[in-house]
Design a protein around this ligand. Sequence first.
Ligand SMILES: [Zn+2]
Length: 244
Amino acid sequence: MTTQLSFPLVGNPGKSKGYRFRTSRNDRTRYCRDMYKAIKKLKGECPICEDITNLSYGTKSETLTINNQKINVTSKVYRCEDGKHFFYDPVDEENKFQDAYRKYRQINGLLQPEEIKEIRKKYGLSQRALARFLGWGEITIQRYESGAIQDNAHNIPLLLIKETSNFEKFYEKRKEQLDAKDIRKINKHLDEIKQLTLFSAFREGRKYEVNRSNLKLIRHLQSVGDYKYSIPIRTSEGELALAS
Ligand SMILES: [Zn+2]
């Protein structure tokens, strides 16, 4: 059984912008080998033959080379059965590269785009502000969050600031790189993180260090009830039970 294909083989195949017969995405990436498995057959316009031909749509395992490392991916691809050649839907092709990049990051211990975004949001920073904070080019974070692979030299500081205490140390030194608005946002987010940490420490009966900034919150939590009787707290003078 065959089905007539409307998208993406309409228009002016071979010349239209929708078709790209790339053999390489950039100098870091190239194809090595492929194995094709057809899923369905259909009739449609082959952009290479520039004619209606017998096509099939299926999956192909490919090995891409990213930064000199071989990455196996399964991609979706069209095959012109008459001309015995392959062509890609640009969306499938883009997905293939994104899959390969994701795998590459995983293998190399690099943060995924959404993890970078999560770290940035944790401190209430814009992409631009985080880049400035880390001393990088203004669009660096934007590039990484949209799928470009980060250098390992950029991955390390991102991994470090994921930990709030590391971020705070860095923040003390980098404050002057940020404007007043960003500083206000960061302070607000850091306060919230501390409150949440303290709150869960209370709830789970874990020890928590008392200092000027959280003493007020501790008093408040004690006054509201549930936490009254199980609050072992550590101070500079040693362990102290504030519970009555
Ligand atoms: Zn063809």
